[in-house]
Design a protein around this ligand. Structure first.
Ligand code: BGC
Length: 724
């Protein structure tokens, strides 16, 4: 079908049929679904009729080839014009073979890996009948109290943009129409959902247009530049108006300024939520505002199906607006090849062949090993196979390592830490004691752990958060480990044994009571299906940790938000002429985070030569090169992530103290060295001025090269006006 066929199809549709295309409900509403009928009560309460379901355009949360085929076939029988349903679901970091949570994966700084992870997730999901995933989530984050930081790629707009592109490439491939092992991507949550006040989910977001453009928007734009098919509007307000009803944001910025012409979907229930937000008096006004703002698909509420017709009759809305929305949805169906093949990739045989295949398991294992960040190591890691280990803590034998967004992943199929460790070491050498639960425990359990650890050479503590302590609606005001786990550490400390903490969690934590008590800390995040093996391989030195943080770990909760690319104040701490008191600082803690962006250790050591810059001046036509030689000076092969930052010393508006501009991930054998060359251009120095113009200014800059955002060498240069 081409566009004119689609337009003539729309001409054959009744207004009711068109409006129902814009409705998206979940699986139990659908004939042929295994959970069908469970929703009868809510269906009546929402006033959803069978006709509305038969005419609807898409379904949420449906998967499994057999079930998808059943639902699609039943739907096509009932839909007068034979328009197939779009099947959408949250495939975030894997379908059933689960990759590390996105925040973990982002610590790999590996775009090929990110792309591959999305490709594998897409292959499994499309075999299971899914057409669209609500991913990537590219919200910039600065507040680890917010549970959804686990879905993000961290605090840097450049890195977020690179990941946004990589995930879109991986999900969508190059030809969605013919390559049915890929799914359409839906970038979310537009916009700035990650800036919820106080780190409380769904809360108000309020920031200047300048800040929005400078930090928060680039990653959404990058996803669209990569061809992302859909956008999901965020729950939060932007400039005082919830995104779902925000015409300036959706019509003005997204559609008109950026030219996005794909499908725009609300978040779950968000159209109706315009009422509790207090910007719509009733469902009719909510429908009006969402339609005026440009929402094509209303997810999980029924404002459109109940009120759009009347709004058209009353001439508040033009039927042409509905036609446009329907056309976008039909175009997406066409792009996915659904008119020719309504069940698309869904195949029971293919599901059996690829889901949880050895190849996919190997890929998630590799990704897990590349995502764990070694935060501390006082000569205790790697462990030796012959050492007697006391494996203690609530995650010693726990399958809750997939994270809160692993819908089809099964905890029972996840490789737990103990099971991973015995693939590397003799089971005889490992003694287990849970010590306590995640949030509760008894004195007797703590004592049992102490007894189990008495004869050990090393104590490995497997600690963390229950996966529901992060993710959507998983916010915490105090982001230390639950108190009982800190007590467990304190109980074991007097034994005087070397202690290693392995952490399973969905956010940067306040690690007081952990990092200061133990000898080594490995941040494992929720590492996914093969987590136990990947961690064991790292602990025993079969692999070398290489990941670096993409989100700062705060010194304490009260320091939040803390992020590396902050601005200077008029009274910066540590300036040569700074006063003792009247500077921007806390009296009781440092300004710096506990572990900064870009930080992560290895078992080997890397030496950086003196960095060189090709010239002291740059102009539009004369980029600079910055070079540094990195040598592996240790005795183990390792990967290093070499980072390039820039600071603009004087701007039209305040400028970050550092901004990531580029990085290289390299692998070096012991003794090997590599020359790294970064090119830096005038384009990379552009930023949003007070009038939102995006340009650079002549003047002085500092380039920083190094192993983290704080361990760097400085090189000065000047940007000149003349274009030589
Ligand atoms: C979340 C989205 C998700 C949607 C559909 C919402 O509650 O905010 O990220 O895609 O549900 O499951």
């Amino acid at each position: 079908m081409n566009e004119s066929n689609l337009i003539s199809l729309i001409r054959q549709m009744t207004l009711d049929e068109k409006i129902s295309q814009l409705m998206q409900l979940s699986t139990p509403f659908y004939e042929g679904a295994e959970s069908e009928g469970q929703i009868t009560g809510p269906m009546e309460a929402m006033g959803i009729t069978d006709d509305m379901i038969h005419n609807s355009g898409s379904v949420l949360g449906l998967s499994g080839a057999k079930e998808v085929i059943q639902v699609q076939e039943a739907h096509l029988k009932k839909n007068r014009l034979g328009i197939p349903l779009l099947v959408m679901a949250d495939i975030i970091h894997g379908y059933r073979t689960i990759f590390p949570i996105t925040l973990g994966l982002s610590c790999s700084w590996d775009m090929e890996l990110a792309e591959k992870s999305a490709e594998i997730a897409a292959a499994e999901a499309s075999a299971a009948g899914v057409h669209v995933t609500y991913a990537p989530m590219v919200d910039l984050v600065r507040d680890p109290r917010w549970g959804r930081v686990m879905e993000s790629t961290g605090e840097d707009p450049y890195l977020n943009s690179q990941y946004a592109r990589a995930f879109v490439r991986g999900f969508q491939g190059k030809d969605l129409t013919n390559d049915h092992s890929r799914v359409a991507a839906c970038v979310k949550h537009f916009a700035a959902y990650g800036a919820a006040e106080g780190g409380r989910d769904y809360n108000t977001v309020d920031m200047s247009a300048w800040q929005l453009r400078e930090m928060y928007l680039p990653a959404y734009k990058a996803a669209l530049d990569e061809g992302c098919q859909m956008v999901m509007a965020a729950f939060n307000t932007v400039d005082g108006i919830p995104a779902t009803g925000n015409k300036r944001l959706l019509k003005g910025l997204l559609r008109e300024e950026w030219g996005f012409d794909g499908v725009l979907i609300s978040d779950w229930g968000a159209v109706k939520e315009l009422i509790p937000h207090g910007v719509a008096a009733d469902l009719k006004e909510a429908a009006y505002k969402a339609m005026q703002a440009g929402i094509d698909i209303e997810m999980m509420t029924s404002a459109y199906v109940h009120h759009l017709k009347q709004l058209i009759e009353e001439e508040h809305i033009h039927e042409a607006q509905i036609d446009e929305a329907v056309l976008r949805i039909l175009k997406l169906k066409q792009t996915l090849g659904l008119f020719d093949n309504p069940t698309r990739g869904a195949s029971v045989e293919q599901e059996q062949l690829i889901i949880m295949s050895d190849l996919h398991r190997a890929a998630v294992r590799d990704a897990a090993a590349k995502s764990c960040v070694l935060l501390k190591n006082d000569s205790v890691l790697p462990l030796k196979a012959e050492q007697k280990i006391a494996l203690i803590g609530p995650f010693a034998q726990n399958g809750d390592i997939l994270g809160p967004w692993s819908w089809q992943g099964s905890k029972e199929e996840a490789v737990q830490l103990f099971d991973g460790m015995i693939t590397v070491s003799d089971p005889e050498n490992i003694r287990i004691s849970q010590g306590c639960g995640i949030e509760t425990g008894t004195e007797a359990e703590l004592e049992a752990a102490v007894a189990a650890a008495k004869n050990a050479d090393v104590i490995v503590l497997a600690l963390g958060e229950d996966s529901l302590m992060s993710g959507e609606a998983g916010c915490r005001a105090d982001i230390q480990l639950p108190r009982i786990q800190l007590e467990l550490i304190a109980k074991l400390k007097p034994l005087g044994k070397p202690m290693v903490a392995v952490l399973f969690n969905g956010r940067p934590l306040d690690l007081h009571g952990v990092y200061d008590q133990v000898d080594a800390v490995l941040e494992a995040w929720y590492p996914g299906t093969e987590g136990g093996i990947a961690i064991a391989e790292l602990l025993y030195g079969k692999r070398n940790p290489s990941a670096k943080l993409t989100m700062s770990f705060p010194y304490v909760t009260g320091q939040i938000p803390v992020y590396y690319n902050h601005y200077r104040t008029g009274r910066p701490q540590g300036a040569p002429d700074a006063q003792v008191r009247y500077v921007s600082q806390y009296l009781d803690i440092p300004n710096e985070p506990l572990f900064p962006f870009g930080y992560g250790l290895s078992y080997t050591t890397f030496d950086y030569s003196e960095a060189r810059i090709s010239s002291g001046t740059m102009s539009v036509n004369k980029p600079l090169t910055i070079q540094v030689r990195v040598t592996n000076t240790g005795s183990m092969a390792g990967e290093e992530i070499v980072q390039l930052y820039v600071r603009d010393l004087v701007g039209d508006v305040v400028r970050p103290v550092k901004e990531l501009k580029d990085f290289r991930k390299i692998t070096l054998a012991p003794g090997e060295s590599q020359e790294i060359t970064f090119e830096l251009t005038e384009k990379q120095l552009r930023y949003h001025h007070h009038d939102l113009q995006y340009t650079s200014d002549p003047g002085d800059f500092i380039a920083y090269v190094g192993t983290s955002s704080i361990e760097v060498q400085e090189l000065k240069f000047t940007l000149t006006k003349e274009s030589e």
